[in-house]
Design a protein around this ligand. Structure first.
Ligand SMILES: NC(=O)c1ccc[n+]([C@@H]2O[C@H](COP(=O)([O-])OP(=O)(O)OC[C@H]3O[C@@H](n4cnc5c(N)ncnc54)[C@H](O)[C@@H]3O)[C@@H](O)[C@H]2O)c1
Length: 299
């Protein structure tokens, strides 16, 4: 039985947005609320073997068309191929550097025109998989005072500026449709100190602040904005790094892991599943916050 608002005066209905309540929601199954059929999604850093690719897979499984934005054509193509093998959705590579304003604007406008809109954006590119302006792997770790100026610029460029540039390119398409969902991938390191990751964590704290303020700007125009803060995620790349004797006892990892009360690291799919929930109607009222997904690391 839905709500009967007939006795509520019109001005009160408007004041509290009661005319915008999702009528009949309780009649739908939880599985239906999670479906994304016909939704058009862009995931940055969607190539590779980390959270981006896992998110592409979960969104495609729920029925979304998936644009895999990545600086690496090979990585984007690999994710696209794995989606096409499994799911009957549109999947396309979009090759761009999130830190390059011109590339971002051109590729996103082109996609939005061909797909006639964009419903979902996941700003995932960043972290230890970051690729800088000259195609080099961007180092994040180590004593802050020893970081090269160029590395500092690249950390900020990919982890903070890139999120802003992609969002700025996508947002007008969502606002003109009066709807959209944006998920920004931050980190538990944006909420708590981790020795040796100072510049990177400052960017991730910036992403949390960006999420909060953008939510208040974009929410009234129908766009939800939310952040996720993974803790220590283990992908194939992490396993390769942990297999290197030089990486054992790595200070940042030990420091962070000491605060994970669940006592284990996480796999990327545990975070990708939450992203898939957040961009669906099941997560429709989660807005402005950045969820801790670190097994207790920051809480
Ligand atoms: N790995 C962790 O433990 C961890 C912890 C907390 C937060 N995070 C965050 O999760 C997100 C995903 O991390 P991940 O390690 O799973 O990486 P990922 O595998 O999801 O992303 C790496 C992909 O991004 C692409 N990429 C790198 N730089 C790019 C650029 N400038 N423009 C476009 N594409 C680019 C790479 O080519 C690669 O395919 C990042 O934002 C990271 O900061 C990771």
């Amino acid at each position: 039985m839905g709500l009967d608002l007939s006795a509520v005066p019109d001005d009160v209905v408007r004041r509290y947005g009661l005319d915008g309540l999702p009528a009949g929601r309780e009649q739908r199954t939880a599985a239906d609320l999670l479906r994304l059929d016909g939704k058009r999604a862009i995931i940055t850093g969607g190539g590779g073997d980390g959270l981006g690719a896992a998110t592409c897979a979960r969104l495609a499984e729920q029925g979304a068309d998936v644009a895999v934005l990545d600086i690496s054509p090979e990585a984007a193509a690999a994710t696209v191929a794995s989606i096409r093998d499994r799911w009957s959705v549109r999947a396309e590579p979009v090759v761009a550097d999130v830190g390059d304003e011109t590339q971002v604007r051109a590729t996103i406008d082109d996609l939005a025109e061909r797909w006639d809109g964009i419903d979902i954006l996941v700003n995932n590119a960043g972290g230890s998989g970051s690729v800088g302006a000259e195609g080099q792997r961007v180092p994040h770790h180590g004593p802050f005072e020893e970081m090269a100026y160029r590395d500092l610029q690249d950390v900020v460029r990919v982890n903070l500026l890139g999120t802003m540039l992609v969002t700025r390119a996508v947002l007008p398409h969502m606002i003109s449709a009066g709807a959209g969902r944006i998920v920004n991938v931050s980190s538990e390191g944006g909420k708590t100190a981790v020795t040796g990751l100072t510049a990177y964590n400052a960017c991730k704290a910036g992403v949390i602040g960006f999420t909060r303020s953008l939510a208040s700007e974009a929410g009234p125009r129908g766009v939800t904005v939310v952040g996720v803060c993974p803790g220590i995620m283990v992908s194939d790349r992490t396993v390769r790094a942990l297999s290197d004797p030089q990486a054992r006892g790595f200070a940042a990892l030990d420091d962070a892991f000491a605060r994970v009360s669940l006592g284990r690291a996480t796999v990327v799919d545990e975070v990708a599943g939450v992203v898939a929930f957040l961009v669906s109607e099941a997560g429709s009222f989660i807005h402005g916050t950045s969820l801790s997904l670190g097994g207790g690391m920051a809480d």
